[in-house]
Design a protein around this ligand. Structure first.
Ligand code: AMP
Ligand code: ZN
Length: 476
């Protein structure tokens, strides 16, 4: 069963396999933490979560990096208005994002990275772009000259050759009609936060953040890059221009973009004010988080989803079906009646296979959910006559739905509850460095002991040509 995705870059459905034949190196643009993340954003993040699950079920390992954009125009505007430092302002929204993601049972990416922790790396990348003559300076800001990258436009499939040389755009977000030389480094403005760097006092533009962090953690060519449809242009187009100008290699092989969650036919967005947050719905309106998750994935990512209260009500009913099935199977086990019902296990097995097949076919969640619900009908039909011998097949089916779609029950291991202790990335990185040093000194006992220690903490190490990567061990 081939795994196929629609690649925005080639505009084709393509069979997917990671470059190294083992680990999928993927980068997803995380939230801009200037406010609570709305459920439109979470539609995109939910699809990235089911994408992770499908990739893992097909046997690939995952190395997924997600960034948190903690410096941009909107954050600065709000932080300045509240008289807060960037960090003070963004910290609570980052925390809220992680809590909301955990409520929706989104797995944590193997690595979360913060833009403000990579400023020197961004400066170095801009300097290298300058050496390669892709940039110019004007009034203390540095711009990327899009005429220096003839392939500019290849992701959004737009021809920018009529672009006026030297025309510039300073803001982080803009429309295609505004495609001009974009800003890499913005000169300091009075009253705004800034960094003193060899490029001058200022701060990075949004696009350079992702290019730098993606390549730093995942290598020069990554397998998969994803985001919502609004990121195709300008953000991802600019990421390609920057990264490929730096390396001369393809930046990402597959690009996956989620269409918008809409309200009354319009994009759900903070600026329009037509949004709900996870906390509005889950804490305020007592919506079951699994029902919200279900609702967000009802329509495949390649089609827009119009969000209504009815979508949520339907989702809640369906999520209840899975719970009821688990209860029926547990009761059957407890009753202990012998004998297997004819065709019961086979029907469920077939539905589970079809569910996975639908997901491998460009994440067709609507077919996959229909198969999952088909399984609940098989289980309901058996009902109270389900035997103890049937019960494992029912439970195994529910486990597969859970592993693939995450809508059956809160799961263990893969998701960190908000109250779970945070991982200390610095300590892990320090141990990895110590292990590398031990190996170099041929102290293999120490190197193995470090690997074993991290393993016992649920952290897995993998040695690659670009260095040692770590990730959480996840439950299948
Ligand atoms: P932002 O916090 O604006 O950087 O957005 C975080 C992610 O959510 C990005 O991948 C966006 O493309 C995506 N996104 C924003 N609005 C929506 C929406 N209404 N529906 C689906 N995805 C969205
Ligand atoms: Zn990005």
């Amino acid at each position: 069963m081939a795994l196929r995705f629609y690649n925005t870059l080639t505009q084709r459905l393509e069979e997917f396999r990671p470059l190294d034949g083992e680990t999928v190196r993927m980068y997803t643009c995380g939230p801009t933490v200037y406010h609570y993340v709305h459920i439109g954003n979470f539609r995109t993040f939910s699809f990235q979560d089911v994408l992770r699950r499908v990739l893992r079920m097909r046997g690939w390992k995952l190395h997924h990096v997600m960034n948190i954009t903690d410096v941009d125009d909107k954050i600065i505007r709000n932080a300045v208005a509240e008289g807060k430092s960037l960090k003070e302002y963004t910290e609570r929204f980052t925390q809220a994002f992680l809590e909301d993601a955990a409520k929706l049972r989104l797995e944590r990416p193997e690595k979360l990275v913060f833009a403000t922790e990579h400023i020197p790396d961004m400066v170095a990348a801009i300097q290298r772009l300058a050496e390669k003559r892709h940039t110019y300076e004007s009034e203390g800001s540095t711009y990327f000259r899009i005429a220096s990258f003839p392939e500019y436009g290849k992701l959004s499939h737009t021809n920018f050759s009529g672009n006026v040389a030297g025309a510039r755009v300073d803001v982080d977000e803009y429309e295609k009609a505004d495609a001009r030389d974009f800003v890499l480094w913005k000169a300091r403005k009075p009253g705004e936060p800034y960094w003193d760097t060899p490029l001058g006092a200022g701060r990075p533009g949004w696009h350079i953040e992702c290019s730098v962090m993606a390549m730093q953690y995942l290598g020069e060519t990554i397998d998969l890059h994803a985001g919502g449809e609004d990121l195709i242009f300008p953000h991802h187009e600019c990421e390609i221009a920057q990264s490929e100008s730096l390396t001369g290699k393809p930046f990402a092989n597959t690009w996956i973009h989620t269409r918008f969650l809409q309200v009354d036919g319009e994009k759900m967005s903070k600026s329009k004010g037509n949004f709900y947050t996870v906390r509005d719905l889950v804490d305020g309106d007592r919506v079951d988080p699994l029902a919200l998750r279900y609702a967000l994935i009802t329509v495949p990512y390649g089609k827009p989803l119009n969000f209504t209260r009815q979508t949520l009500r339907d989702a809640a009913q369906n999520v209840d079906r899975f719970r009821e099935c688990a209860r029926l199977a547990d009761a059957a086990k407890a009753r202990g009646a012998k004998g297997a019902s004819a065709g019961f296990a086979e029907s469920l097995r077939q539905l589970a296979d079809e569910m996975l097949e639908a997901m491998c076919d460009d994440l067709n969640t609507s077919v996959a959910l229909a198969k999952a619900l088909g399984g609940t009908s098989v289980i309901f039909k058996a009902g109270d006559s389900m035997t103890a011998e049937d019960a494992p097949a029912a439970l195994a089916f529910l486990d597969e739905v859970q592993a693939l779609l995450g809508i059956v029950r809160p799961e263990h291991g893969a998701v960190q509850a908000p109250s779970a202790p945070q991982v200390d990335e610095e300590r892990i990185e320090a141990l990895i460095a110590e292990r590398a040093a031990a190996k170099k000194a041929r102290d293999f006992a120490r190197a193995d002991a470090i690997r074993a220690q991290l393993d016992a903490e649920g952290i897995e190490l993998r040695d690659t040509p670009e260095g040692t990567h770590w990730r959480f061990k996840t439950t299948p």
